[in-house]
Design a protein around this ligand. Structure first.
Ligand SMILES: Cc1cc2nc3c(=O)[nH]c(=O)nc-3n(C[C@H](O)[C@H](O)[C@H](O)COP(=O)(O)OP(=O)(O)OC[C@H]3O[C@@H](n4cnc5c(N)ncnc54)[C@H](O)[C@@H]3O)c2cc1C
Length: 516
């Protein structure tokens, strides 16, 4: 076989470059004529604004003896073998879905149970709710239903988790295979977009079903039967399921499911978490700060990533920044009220939003030094209910950042993207004093980093950046004391976000397939 040679090179490209320009630069830098190339990574460099450009790392292949002999890199291997075990996966978010997919591909008989509705019904339900035409549906909203919180998310796929390259590539390839933009494979900040996800998620389901996987909606697991550390049966109001292996990926919004698992003896520990608010600004203000200009050809909307450590030791940081996006009512239950952020692929809204949250240790909850598992869930749930109780609606409390910094409550609030009313409120009545102190310092620091940041509006609350509890599990992701129960994804307390949750599911499934 004729060897193929490769070399990795870096090229600088204008923000609105065309493929032909890339080809010419690659040819010049690589010094070869007959070649093909693959983009390995493309990231925006705005360190020398207004000179903003893409830096692209490109792998150039050619038969010319330049570079090294190419060998295809390793890929995730899924070994198919017909297996007899019945697997039940609970929760169709990224963790549950990808675990179910890999197990089905490995030859298991998988049934995926989802308490919420399928994506199309969910979309109609969210639209009706936001337009005031239908009531909140506790099984068809931003948190629950086909694809979990991932379906109507912003669809950013960034992850800081180390050691997940193969699984991440598998997840991204699967998304691309279901219609996600090819560029997620190489962009340093990959983004699918909420509009794309609601088409991709049902396509993923169809692929899973075509392999023989079973997917059942409107099926909430309310109990499990345990015998000698072994789960034997899964109970839903409609039906019970015998199972050999149970994977639970319920996310971190289903407090009743957490309580059921705890009641059945699954051990959890408390962990640090973070709470705060969303902040929103006009997108041009962020563009100007990040790019040195309000518009750059070829680019959609600028993002930011901000961090600060407050003098009380709490980390304050931006999270899930949604350029060209909107703030949404993401309550997981009817009498709770919290917010989150999303954007479509085009990122065309005139607003930029991000969570600004402060980390909190479990022993810092007000008046609750020795909080336990039940107390922690109660505290979170009550906080989210408290926000709902202010107006008995999904109107959101808000304030201007500048007023918040002065311990004042604004008389009026600027225009914003939230679909319901945002009313002026003193966040000191909602959040612990340590959180308020840290947020004030953080927002003040961020106002020095981004010109005009203090003119933004705060919209609350943001409580779902990560789970406040963590299941105790072994290296195979199996719950301590149980031989066939796995808890995965964000609800396990080991993952946060779409990619790390999906990868948690993939890793668990590969482990089960290797040992089963
Ligand atoms: C509005 C919004 C925007 C977001 N944007 C991003 C983003 O841009 N990038 C990013 O990385 N992350 C984002 N996230 C977070 C991301 O969606 C989650 O981290 C991720 O979906 C967690 O995956 P998971 O599979 O662990 O759980 P989830 O996605 O929460 O899925 C859990 C599923 O389990 C189901 N379930 C729960 N209990 C039961 C039960 N007892 N029986 C049956 N089913 C049950 C739920 O209905 C749900 O569908 C966003 C979240 C929201 C809400």
């Amino acid at each position: 076989m004729v060897p193929i040679y490769f070399q990795d090179i870096e090229v600088k490209l204008p923000t609105n470059y065309q493929a032909e320009e890339l080809r010419k630069k690659v040819a010049a830098k690589a010094g070869v004529n007959d070649f093909r190339w693959e983009l390995l990574q493309q990231s925006l460099d705005a360190r020398h604004k207004p000179d903003v450009f893409w830096l692209a790392r490109v792998r150039v292949f050619s038969a010319t003896r330049k570079g090294e002999i190419y060998e295809a890199p390793p890929q995730l291997t899924i070994h198919y073998r017909k297996r007899q075990q019945q697997v039940v996966v609970v929760g169709s978010g990224p963790a549950g879905f990808f675990a179910a997919l890999v197990l089905q591909q490995s030859g298991f008989n998988v049934t995926l149970l989802e308490k919420g509705a399928e994506a199309g019904k969910r979309y109609q339900s969210i639209l009706g709710f936001e337009r005031g035409k239908s009531a909140f549906d506790s099984h068809a909203n931003y948190c629950h239903g086909e694809g979990g919180a991932g379906t109507f998310s912003d669809g950013k796929l960034t992850s800081r988790t180390k050691g997940i390259a193969l699984e991440k590539q598998f997840v991204f390839d699967t998304y691309v295979g279901a219609g996600a933009p090819e560029e997620i494979r190489y962009l340093s900040r990959p983004h699918i977009g909420s509009d794309n996800l609601r088409r991709i998620v049902p396509e993923l389901r169809r692929q899973f079903q075509a392999l023989g996987g079973g997917m059942i909606f409107d099926s909430e697991v309310t109990d499990i039967k345990i015998s000698n550390g072994h789960c034997t049966e899964i109970i839903t109001p409609q039906q019970s399921y015998v199972c050999d292996i149970l994977l639970m990926a319920p996310g971190h919004s289903s407090y009743d499911t957490y309580r059921m698992l705890h009641r059945q003896g699954i051990a959890f520990r408390l962990k640090p978490f973070a709470i705060g608010v969303r902040v929103e600004h006009p997108q041009p203000l962020i563009n100007l700060s990040q790019w040195g200009t309000e518009h750059l050809p070829g680019l959609k909307a600028a993002d930011y990533k901000l961090t600060h450590t407050a003098s009380n030791g709490l980390p304050v940081y931006s999270f899930c920044m949604c350029p060209g996006g909107k703030v949404v009512p993401s309550a997981p239950a009817e009498t709770q009220n919290i917010v989150n952020g999303v954007s479509d692929y085009a990122r065309k809204s005139p607003f930029a939003n991000a969570a600004i949250v402060a980390g909190l240790q479990p022993d810092q909850l007000p008046g609750n030094k020795n909080v336990d598992f039940a107390g922690m869930l109660r505290w979170m749930e009550m906080l989210e209910q408290h926000v709902f109780d202010i107006t008995k609606s999904y109107a959101a409390p808000g304030n201007r950042i500048a007023d918040f910094l002065l311990d004042k409550t604004a008389a009026t609030l600027p225009a914003n993207s939230y679909p319901f009313e945002v009313f002026p409120y003193d966040f000191r009545q909602l959040l612990p004093a340590a959180t308020i102190a840290a947020l004030k310092e953080g927002l003040s620091n961020f106002s020095r980093k981004i010109k005009g940041f203090e003119t933004g509006v705060m919209i609350g609350l943001e409580t779902k950046t990560s789970a406040p509890v963590q299941v105790i599990r072994d290296d195979h992701r199996r719950c301590e004391g149980f031989d066939n129960i796995y808890i995965l994804g964000e609800g396990s307390g080991y993952a946060g976000g779409i990619t790390s949750s999906a990868v948690d599911g993939v890793k668990a499934a590969i482990g089960i397939a290797e040992n089963g």
